[in-house]
Design a protein. Structure first.
Length: 302
């Protein structure tokens, strides 16, 4: 049993090729949804939380919210969705239409929350213009997911001043009951994230997307998470984006199986070799599916 807590679907038409070329990115093609379904099932994934990624404010690109909805409507047993919005518009103003879309996505389409990417939109997560989105998330009792960590594009794509963990800490202070997911273990600010998970909010979760190519670092961070008592808030995620780009090979199905195998067996093999504490089966099951099921209320027979 596996739940993938973070996976993107996209349409090529929603990406600005001039921007992608400027960033040196592989220009994406339409997500091969039937292939993704086969990859997920072959890897033992029973549920996947899918989302787009709105980067229209600075980069004139998004994944296409209509495609996210289409995937959920066509495959409701497999897919659950988060909306993605830019809470600040191109002129630096509160994005009222994005707030309305977020509300509709939850109340009309059954989405489970919203993805925010402060660094890509070049705003801080504690900007008062973003606070209505947090208030709406609390009202609707849904998740706010953050990309609040460094990006391979570095300071050009994701300027660090918008990633400073202090701004996220300010959000936690002002919205202590909000359900929050922080992607990628908040690389490279792992310990700052762990501090916030321990001390700020019982509803702060983190996913492991894009951490698997540094297995020693991943295992050591999980050892620290276990010692701090927050293993029940950490989730497996693939962060599928584009085949053959970034961490993804030309065979994403094999990538997924390899990463899941690392969680199932590899982290304990590394921990044993290093003399670190081992992870229990409950720890591993929590990462692979139990923690995501608890957060999103999935009925998977637990």
């Amino acid at each position: 049993m596996v739940i993938d807590a973070h996976l993107h679907v996209l349409k090529e038409k929603n990406f600005d090729k001039v921007t992608e070329d400027q960033l040196g990115h592989v220009h994406p093609t339409d997500t091969p949804i039937e292939s993704i379904i086969d990859w997920l099932k072959d890897a033992g994934v029973r549920k996947a939380v899918i989302m787009g990624q709105d980067m229209s404010r600075i980069w004139n690109s998004s994944c296409g919210e209509d495609y996210v909805l289409e995937c959920v409507e066509n495959y409701p047993e497999l897919f659950t969705a988060l909306a993605s919005v830019e809470p600040v518009d191109k002129w630096g103003r509160f994005n009222r239409s994005a707030l309305k879309y977020f509300e509709n996505a939850v109340t009309e389409y059954g989405f489970k929350g919203v993805l925010l990417t402060p660094a890509y939109g070049q705003y801080c997560s504690d900007d008062p213009q973003v606070y209505p989105f947090y208030e709406k998330a609390l009202e609707l009792d849904v998740v706010v997911q953050f990309h609040h960590c460094a990006n391979p594009g570095g300071i050009f794509l994701a300027p660090y001043k918008y990633l400073n963990p202090q701004s996220l800490n300010n959000v936690l202070i002002d919205f202590p009951e909000m359900k929050i997911v922080v992607e990628h273990l908040n690389y490279p600010w792992w310990e700052e994230l762990f501090f916030m998970m321990v001390h700020s909010n019982v509803n702060v979760y983190a996913d492991l997307a894009m951490t698997y190519d540094r297995p020693m670092t991943l295992t050591w961070n999980l050892v620290k998470a276990k010692e701090l008592g927050i293993m029940d808030k950490i989730m497996y995620a693939s962060d599928y984006w584009v085949t053959g780009s970034g961490a993804w090979s030309d065979n994403p199905g094999e990538d997924m199986k390899r990463w899941i195998e690392l969680i199932r067996h590899g982290i304990n093999e590394i921990a044993e070799k290093c003399g670190w504490p081992n992870f229990s089966q409950d720890d591993i099951d929590g990462i692979l599916y139990k923690n995501a099921a608890k957060l999103y209320g999935f009925d998977i027979g637990l």
